[in-house]
Every structure is written in C-alpha cells, then in structure tokens.
Design a protein around this ligand. Structure first.
Ligand code: ZN
Length: 153
C-alpha cells in the first residue's frame, strides 16, 4: 500500500489534472448553453475554459515533480545501498589490489563522499576491463590481447 509512493503521486497528479480539465470544459459548456442577448456568457466560458485547463495543467507540474523527486530519491537510495553491499563484499576479496587499491576501503573511517568517489573509480575501472575468453584473466581496457595467454580480445 505504501510502496512506490513517488509513482502513486505521479499518477494522482495526472488524474487530478484530467479531472480539472474535464471540469473546466463542462463549466464552459454550461455557461455557453446559458448564453443570451442579455446575459452573454461566451467570453466568460472561454475564460473559465482556458483558466481552468491552464491551472490544472500547471498545478499538476508541481505535484508530478514532487512525485518524481520521491521516486528518484528512492531509486538513488536503492542504488547506493546495492553499491555499498557490493563494495562490502568486494572488500573481503583480494581484487582491490587488481584495480589499483593497496588496501580495502575502511567504511568506518572513510567519509561518504570519499567512498562515493572511490565507488565511481572502482566501477569505471571494472566496467572498462575485459575478461579473457580463453583463460579468464582480467585485462586492462587498453590491452588488445590477454596478458596471461596472449589471446586477442
Ligand atoms: Zn587469457
């Protein structure tokens, strides 16, 4: 019931926007049907129509944006958590030396920003590296052949 709040707010924003637009159209039509020589409502109807549609539309921006903000924040938190989990796992491996770190990251010592920078470096260096199809060695992105067995990339 309370999952994906951001998505729900976005849906609600769209629904309210459409309700506002439809209500404006209905109000305008009602006004127009009551038009008479002594009670001209054509201009008023247009005013209600345009004003109602615009305010519904613009009002929905804020609500939609708010929903998007929540959705984005939730997603970011999930990504950070999974990266942190991955790094904690990686921390116990010897592969830190492979990617150029002498010592595993100490999460208790290091600041969040520092960890994030190192995470970025780690992901970049890992994404760029390629695994040899023959022997399974990890090679630098710049290498055209495997450093262990000489097989071409
Ligand atoms: Zn190889």
């Amino acid at each position: 019931m309370f999952t994906n709040i951001g998505g729900k707010i976005k849906t609600l924003a769209k629904v309210l926007c459409w309700i506002g637009i439809i209500a404006s159209v209905i109000c305008a039509i009602v006004l127009w049907t009551q038009n008479s020589r002594y009670n001209p409502t054509i201009a008023l109807g247009f005013g209600v129509l345009i004003g109602g549609v615009l305010s519904s539309w613009i009002g929905s921006f804020f609500m939609y944006g708010f929903g998007e903000l929540i959705a984005e924040t939730t997603l970011n938190r999930q990504i950070s958590q999974s990266i942190l989990e991955m790094m904690k796992k990686q921390n116990t491996d010897s592969s830190w030396a492979e990617v150029g770190y002498d010592e595993p990251i100490d999460f208790s010592q290091e600041g969040v920003a520092q960890s994030a920078i190192r995470t970025g470096e780690f992901l970049k260096s890992h994404a760029a590296r390629w695994e040899c199809a023959e022997c399974g060695s990890m090679n630098d992105s710049s290498a055209i052949m495997c450093k262990d067995c000489g097989t071409y990339k």
